[in-house]
Design a protein around this ligand. Structure first.
Ligand code: NAI
Length: 425
């Protein structure tokens, strides 16, 4: 029986391993973490993260071939394949602070693997890491290896929070990077064999290590770039009377462009996009490519601009001050169907409003119910003029206007009220 161990029981490690366990009954999967509370939660009825369908998968496999444990060393030493799915946040201090990935957790995981291993292992980078990280990991492992053979693979995860289980069950592709040596190719094949239990062969891509590592950063940068592109357009739509929904629909109909990721919003959030682009920017700078670095930096700048623009719109519409005004914030997670609030744009919007001394009440139901609220009742209970600022273009603005609301929808033609109160950048 093949044994898999995954270090890091987070948003990636938990769901990914649960699906591997579900699809590969002949493989024993142990997910380990240094956080006792997280592991206890994985072993309880109240899982530590919310993902549609996750609870079902965990319940089917837990205790059979899926185990959650804090006994990191035991499971690592017994495993044939070790996934490392620890967090890789942006460095906050020292060299590369504010941009480079902090690999502290990765390094300590690698040193522990080297310490406790007694047999050959395949070590899989599941976390998103800077290109060339595998080289550093290889050095840590081989310099401390006591003659054990370690093969490093890069197998970045492309799941999106909110649809993680569906993404894992039916991935667009599985990417596996490895050394171009016979041992490297053998390791790639071993991991392919795991995924081949449910992923069609033509969707499993094998590349060299550096391509796999860089592809993950590139994919996130491209996705975020589309959001910043449509958000930049939304500002121009508001200035000209064009409607961003109509523009993005027309643009997305071009089969070379496609319709996905073209919704204007208050900005992208989540734990990955900003961190991975900053990381990409840093790598470009380190490789003497300032023009490329600046190109990608602009994606983040437009995102910050969009969040600021939203806050300014709220404040300027309400007579240039929200001091003492009560504002209800509907939704706080960075998107629907997730409980994750890491780097959510709502944080910056709330900070901006608090900076102007607003009084905030925040509500997040985890799933999307804001389309069907009783807006008439809400309107009746509000001080007038009553405003709705829709950062996701979710509400039916026309209906709300009929009730009497002044409505701001991102990138849409402005209400006369908003036109009279221009937001100062
Ligand atoms: P997370 O913070 O939810 O989980 C990481 C876990 O690793 C934590 O529970 C932490 O306690 C544990 N950990 C840290 N050091 C450890 C050690 N030495 N031994 C054992 N456990 C340790 O992070 P998340 O969101 O799962 O992300 C993990 C990686 O996957 C990151 O590199 C991220 O960029 C990448 N990723 C995240 C996606 C997402 O949607 N969240 C999607 C694709 C990739």
């Amino acid at each position: 029986m093949v044994k898999i161990c995954c270090i890091g029981a987070g948003y990636v490690g938990g769901p990914t391993m649960a699906v591997i366990a579900l699809k590969c009954p002949s493989i024993e999967v142990a997910v380990v973490d240094i956080s006792i509370t997280r592991i206890n939660a994985w072993n309880s009825d109240q899982l530590p993260i919310y993902e549609p369908g996750l609870e079902d998968v965990v319940k089917q496999c837990r205790g059979k071939n899926l185990f959650f444990s804090t006994d990191v060393e035991k499971h690592v030493s017994e495993a044939d394949i070790i996934f490392v799915s620890v967090n890789t946040p942006t460095k906050t201090r020292g060299l590369g602070a504010g941009k480079a990935a902090d690999l502290t957790y990765w390094e300590s995981a690698a040193r522990m693997i080297a310490d406790v291993s007694k047999s050959n292992k395949i070590v899989v980078e599941k976390s998103t890491v800077p290109v060339k990280t595998a080289e550093a990991i290889e050095k840590i492992l081989t310099h401390n290896s006591k003659g054990i053979n370690f093969q490093i693979l890069s197998n970045p995860e492309f799941l999106a929070e909110g649809t993680a289980i569906q993404d894992l069950l039916k991935p667009d592709r599985v990417l596996i990077g490895g050394r171009e040596t016979p041992d490297g190719q053998k390791a790639i094949q071993a991991l392919k064999d795991v995924y081949a239990h449910w992923v069609p062969e033509d969707r499993i891509l094998a590349t060299n290590l550096w391509s796999a590592e860089l592809s993950k950063l590139a994919a996130n940068a491209f996705l975020a770039q589309r959001i910043s592109s449509v958000n930049a357009m939304s500002a121009l739509c508001e200035a000209t009377g064009a409607d961003v929904t109509q523009v993005s629909h027309a643009v997305g109909k071009d089969s070379r462009i496609g319709p996905k990721f073209l919704n204007a919003s208050v900005g992208f959030g989540g734990s990955c996009f900003q961190k991975d682009i900053l990381n990409l920017v840093y790598i470009c700078e380190c490789n003497g490519l300032p023009e490329v670095a600046n190109y990608w930096k602009q994606v983040i700048k437009v995102n910050d601009y969009q969040k600021n623009r939203f806050v300014n719109r709220v404040v300027s519409s309400m007579f240039n001050t929200v001091s003492g005004k009560k504002i209800a914030v509907l939704g706080f997670a960075f998107k629907k169907d997730t409980g994750d609030t890491r780097e959510t744009p709502a944080i910056d919007v709330c900070k901006g409003l608090l900076g102007d001394k607003a009084r905030l009440s925040i509500y997040d139901p985890q799933v999307n119910e804001f389309k069907t609220l009783d807006y008439q009742r809400i309107y009746d209970n509000m001080r007038k003029p009553a405003f709705v600022f829709d950062g996701r273009n979710i509400v039916n603005a026309e209906k709300l206007r009929e009730i009497g609301f002044i409505v701001y929808s991102i990138g849409k033609p402005l209400d006369p009220w908003l036109e009279d109160m221009p937001a100062v950048a």
